[in-house]
Design a protein around this ligand. Structure first.
Ligand code: SF4
Length: 347
């Protein structure tokens, strides 16, 4: 079975191809980061290209479909080399373009409101496959290694990143390296449903990535209804881990909070959120469901969302609110992947 060349760092490729001069390895690695097939790597000898093509996959995540929303948001379907399909979403902001990428095929966390986890985990993605998603979209949007079109990353697509810890860590280290796409770790956000031991471990890694936690409830009883992970880790343990992450990294912690009418929007919830976020730099993103989506029975009105927002703001919580534009809530470690993609038309 062929291996994925992007699973190896430049240093590792130099070891693999020990006969190759260092500058050739660098040229090869640059081609890989430009989403090039071996046939187009014009400064690499033909016989070496043929040999590499026999043994290694150059483009491990190929874009097979793109859907574009009116505001420029794009949803990508990637085919992995074994035929599995994962997805990503790019969003254009004033400060640049953010890509939300997948870290697993499927997910075993089983959150009730998430389509990604409905069929369980198929397999982990490798670091090279995650890198391949970024490289493919960067090229699709007209970027290069030096002039990147993708400026920010969020690990919020299909999968729980911290359930694929080693590959995700290697991916973060590789994509932020100067010889790869050089995306600053401060421009990378990792979103988790709340795997406490892995959050504590991540805090020790010496990385500068942002941590986003899918909270979605302020009591363990409510959280356990929708998120099985809450049966293992209480909110108190989760918040302690979040504070530890801030202490070790200096990075503000972001909480994602889907507004579920009748479930998590009471005055008591506002008071609980104020307590949860007090005493360390943190921020709450409130997410409104689309009133026409699959969970319309729990979608709140703009006025109800506003009232909850005001209650939080008055309690001193740093908070923003955004409306889901997707037809339904479909992925959620704060993910809600479809929220980004409203009114899609194929390009
Ligand atoms: S919300 Fe995230 S952790 Fe939960 S099942 Fe979906 S992808 Fe997995």
């Amino acid at each position: 079975m062929k291996k994925i060349m992007l699973d190896y760092t430049l240093v590792e490729i130099r070891g693999l191809l020990a006969d190759l001069p260092a500058f050739r390895s660098k040229q090869l690695y640059k081609w890989l980061n430009l989403d090039a097939e071996y046939s187009t790597m014009s400064n690499i000898a033909l016989d070496l290209r043929a040999k590499l093509a026999d043994e290694y996959i150059a483009r491990p995540a190929q874009i097979v479909d793109v859907l574009t929303a009116k505001d420029g948001t794009r949803k990508y379907l990637f085919r992995l080399s074994d035929g599995n399909i994962v997805e990503g979403v790019s969003m254009v902001y004033e400060h640049g373009t953010t890509l939300c990428l997948s870290t697993q095929v499927g997910c075993r966390m089983g959150c009730a409101f998430c389509a990604s986890g409905r069929d369980g985990l198929v397999r982990n993605m490798s670091s090279g496959e995650m890198l391949g998603e970024v490289i493919a979209v960067n090229k699709y949007l007209g970027g290069t290694c030096d002039g990147r079109a993708v400026t920010n990353l969020v690990l919020m697509g299909m999968g729980e990143p911290l359930d694929n810890y080693d590959h995700v860590l290697k991916f973060i280290r590789t994509v932020s390296a100067p010889e790869s796409l050089n995306i600053g770790q401060r421009n990378i956000s990792l979103s988790t449903c709340g795997l406490v031991p892995e959050i504590l471990r991540l805090a020790e890694e010496g990385l500068g990535v942002n941590l986003t936690i899918s909270l979605h409830a302020t009591t363990d009883v409510t959280r356990r209804k929708n998120m099985p992970v809450a049966k293992t880790y209480s909110i108190d343990r989760l918040i302690s881990a979040a504070k530890y992450y801030f202490d070790k990294t200096g990075r503000r912690v972001i909480y994602e909070y889907v507004l579920l009418k009748g479930e998590n929007m009471s005055p008591a919830d506002a008071a609980n959120l104020a307590r949860i976020t007090r005493g360390y730099p943190s921020h709450v993103n409130l997410i409104m469901l689309n009133a026409s989506g699959a969970l319309k029975n729990t979608a709140c009105t703009p006025a109800e969302a506003r009232a909850f927002f005001c209650a939080l703001a008055e309690a001193g919580v740093s908070v923003t609110i955004r409306r889901s534009v997707g037809a339904e809530i479909e992925g959620a470690c704060g993910q809600l992947r479809r929220k980004f993609v409203g009114d899609l038309t194929a390009t």
